[in-house]
Design a protein around this ligand. Structure first.
Ligand SMILES: Cc1cc2nc3c(=O)[nH]c(=O)nc-3n(C[C@H](O)[C@H](O)[C@H](O)COP(=O)(O)O)c2cc1C
Length: 232
């Protein structure tokens, strides 16, 4: 499917094959070690930040670790015992890029305490007629007040954009969750207080010797069972 998009008033036509990249995307866990040009990585990550953010908060960010700098990621998120035992470690460790997806809960709380989002009637500026207000309960009170933590949702939007964008360039990608070592990792790469690690996207050239996740063998509900028309 070819899609022509217009960029903010500049009417620059972009031809992208989104559907094909969505179909091809899968997690790659064995890389051949070849680097990815810095310009390509920069463009992919910058494009990934085109993902929407609630209230246009833009409270998401990426830290790109490439080449020998990826060692900092592995050092804090894995153990020597795991690295010695894992079949996947050699292939994963050859990923030339580890991009850390970050989110700032505080940025969202501060944004939703602003006058156009605040439920305080004295401060509230009603949305224009026909425009749905994105405000709700006192979301500016703190992260605990949020029924859905938008900061992680926004980081996920950006991560998906990076997975799909990199796939469209013929690169392999893998998303790794945040299970271990968040605080020392973020300290080691100089992230300011309050930012959270959502997860990490590995990027590189697949070597074709993948170790697919055992999760893929699970029989789960089909797409048809997960799409509900009208009602569940
Ligand atoms: C939030 C999230 C966390 C994940 N964490 C890991 C992880 O830590 N390690 C891993 O190998 N795969 C991880 N995955 C990948 C899933 O196992 C994978 O997406 C799923 O099995 C479907 O496979 P596919 O993406 O190749 O289609 C994660 C995926 C998501 C969405």
């Amino acid at each position: 499917m070819e899609m022509v998009t217009r960029l903010a008033g500049r009417c620059r036509p972009l031809v992208v094959d989104v559907a094909e990249a969505l179909r091809r995307r899968h997690m790659v866990r064995s890389f051949d070690g070849r680097p990815v040009a810095t310009g390509v990585v920069d463009r992919l990550v910058t494009d990934a930040l085109r993902a929407p953010t609630a209230g246009n908060t833009r409270g998401t960010a990426w830290i790109v670790l490439d080449g020998p700098r990826t060692a900092t990621y592995w050092e804090h998120t894995t153990t020597p015992g795991w690295r010695a035992a894992s079949r996947r470690w050699p292939g994963l460790s050859r990923a030339p890029v580890a991009a850390l997806a970050l989110a700032s809960p505080g940025a969202y709380v501060a944004r939703y305490a602003e006058h156009d989002k605040s439920p305080d009637p004295a401060a509230h500026v009603p949305a224009a007629p026909g425009v749905l207000s994105e405000g709700g309960p006192a979301l500016g009170a703190g992260p605990g007040a949020w029924p859905v933590p938008y900061w992680f949702g926004d980081a996920a939007f950006s991560a998906m954009a990076l997975l799909v964008g990199a796939t469209s360039e013929g690169l392999g990608t893998c998303f790794l969750g945040n299970f271990r070592g968040e605080a020392p990792l973020l300290a080691a790469v100089g992230v300011p207080e309050g930012w959270r690690l959502f997860g990490t996207v590995l990027l590189g050239h697949p070597d074709g010797r993948d170790h697919p996740s055992p999760s893929l063998a699970r029989r789960g509900p089909s797409a048809a069972e997960r799409v509900h028309r009208g009602r569940w």
